[in-house]
Every structure is written in C-alpha cells, then in structure tokens.
Design a protein around this ligand. Sequence first.
Ligand code: PMV
Length: 342
Amino acid sequence: MNNNTKQQYTKQQVINRYLPKQTQAGQHAQQFAPSNIALCKYWGKRDVALNLPVNSSLSVSLGGLGTQTSLTPASTSADEVWLNDEILPASSSFASKVVAFLNLFRRDLQQPVCVKTHNNIPTAAGLASSASGFAALMLAINEFYGFNLDTPTLSAFARMGSGSAARSVYTGFVAWHKGSQADGMDSFAEPLSATWQDLRIGLLKVATGTKAVGSGAGMQRTVETAPLYAAWEAQATQDMQQITDAILQKDIHALGKTAEQNALSMHATMIASWPPLLYWQPASVAAMQRVWQLRSTGVPVYFTMDAGANLKLLFTADHTATVRAAFSEMTNADVVAPFECG
Ligand code: PMV
C-alpha cells in the first residue's frame, strides 16, 4: 500500500481509542521530563498531522535539565498557563499550544485547568524546550486524569505535540522507532539499557535571537524541495546502527564521527532546500572550525547541531578541562554529565 491509499488519521481519532469515555480531573499532578539531544536526527515527516517520522532517531537525555509541569484545577473560570512563574495571555503561542494539546485528552472542557511549566535548561544554552515541554505535559496529563497509560503509549502521544518529545519521556539513551502503521501507534521511543558514565555534552551557545523558521516548517520545506533529501533516510538508518554500536562499545571516536556527520548531512539537506534554509551564523562556522582545530591536536571532541545556530559538543570526562579551556565561554553548568546521579 502506498501513502496515497493509506488511511489518514487525526490526533483525536487515535487518542480517543485509548481514553475512557469520561475523564475525571484530579487535584494535583506534577511531572518532570528531560531535554534530549539527538545523536541521529529526526528530520522529515511521513505524516504531518501525527508527526510520524521518515526515519528512526536516537538521542541522549540531559539528565536533570528539562521541564517540570504541574496541573491543578484552575481557581478562575478559564484555563491558566504559566511559564517560569509568569502567567501567559491565552492568545500567546505557548499558551495556545498547551491548551490545544490538553484539549485532545479532556472530555470536560468546562473544568478549567491551571498548567504551570518550569524550564531549568540554562537559557543561555540556546536549547529548544519543546521536547521536554510536551513530554512533561503528557506525563502530567496522564497523572492528572488517572489514565494509567503505559510509557510507549505516552511516548507516541507526546510525539503528537512535538516529534522529539517522543524521546523525552525516558532518560539516558533513547531510540525512537519510526514505525510503519498509519495511526502511528508503533512510532514510539524506547530506552537503551546502555549507560556511559564518562560521556559529556557541552552546550555551546554561539548566537542569540529567535530563528526565522521553526523545525517543523524547516523539515517540511526540506522534504518538499531538496533533491538531496532523497539520500537522507538511508543514511540515517545506517547512522542509527553505527551510533548504537558506538554506544555499546563506549567508542567516542565512532560516536562523535557518526553524530557529527549525521548533523552536517541533515544541514546539507536544509541548505539544498528552496528557499535555502541556513541556520548557521558566522559564529557557528567559527565554532565548528575550533572543534576541528582542537581535534587535529588529538583531543576527541565532536559536535552536533539541531535546527539552530548553536553547537553541542561531545567528549569524555577526561577531556573536560581541555575542552573548557578551548571553549572558555562554556560555564560549568553548560557541561552536562547525562549519566551522573545527583
Ligand atoms: O521535535 P521537533 O519537531 O522540534 O523536531 C526536532 C528536530 C531536530 O531537533 C532538528 C532533530 C531531533 O531529532 O531532535
């Protein structure tokens, strides 16, 4: 069956199959979800309505950095959405997205809800928070309405908020299987059992300001206009396997090489789009060159990048001092140890 003949589902149709007929709001729910950095990127949707990906992807979560979300019954007659201790106008883009997502899960729209979201990701790090945001919201909705959904289902539902949120319902290394079903319920993430105590992620912010094209619009433009995109799925499939092997062997060279090449290949497809999509700033290119320079001296440091101008450095704990000396703009808090407790 090809895509033209496949049945198309809406989010609501899929979700309704898993929810009780009536929903009963609880008194308080609070959940945390970590931010995640893709080592093998999700880039391109096979179904735009459900955020179903063309390729599987693999990420590492950022430990204690992420989003904490609480739900309580609102004391006023309307929904309330708070972000980092500030109430947002209902018309703001953040509040509308949160309420639209919440509406997919509650039957009784007469019971207003107060949603409070806190991001503890260093704002200076320039990291997107939609992955941890939708994952935390999904986990909190599940608790608030007492759905008791299993984690793969929560992952598939979080994916409907933002694709990469499918991976943020877990910690550590996480693989998001692309799936093949039209309803997307086999497109969910699962954690890898492997850990890597010494792995470090350096959050290197090189540019400020909001980007003109978000990741969703960016991937759509790439899929529709970039001839290079035809090569992406096969490469991502191969990269996914190599990254999994590198993690199992704790081989920073193999992990770094494949993750860096995967990110640059994704950016190559963006640059080959029309109109061209270039998220890099001059400072991004300068930072890449500093990474390559440091690597030429024998330091195993690599980078990955998402749909933005900033870099995330990949290295191991024994090289932290050298990497920090070379990138002195990175503070202690910008170096994340994903598998260290506490
Ligand atoms: O989840 P979205 O729709 O914001 O897309 C994320 C896309 C990338 O960050 C570029 C790659 C990824 O896998 O996270």
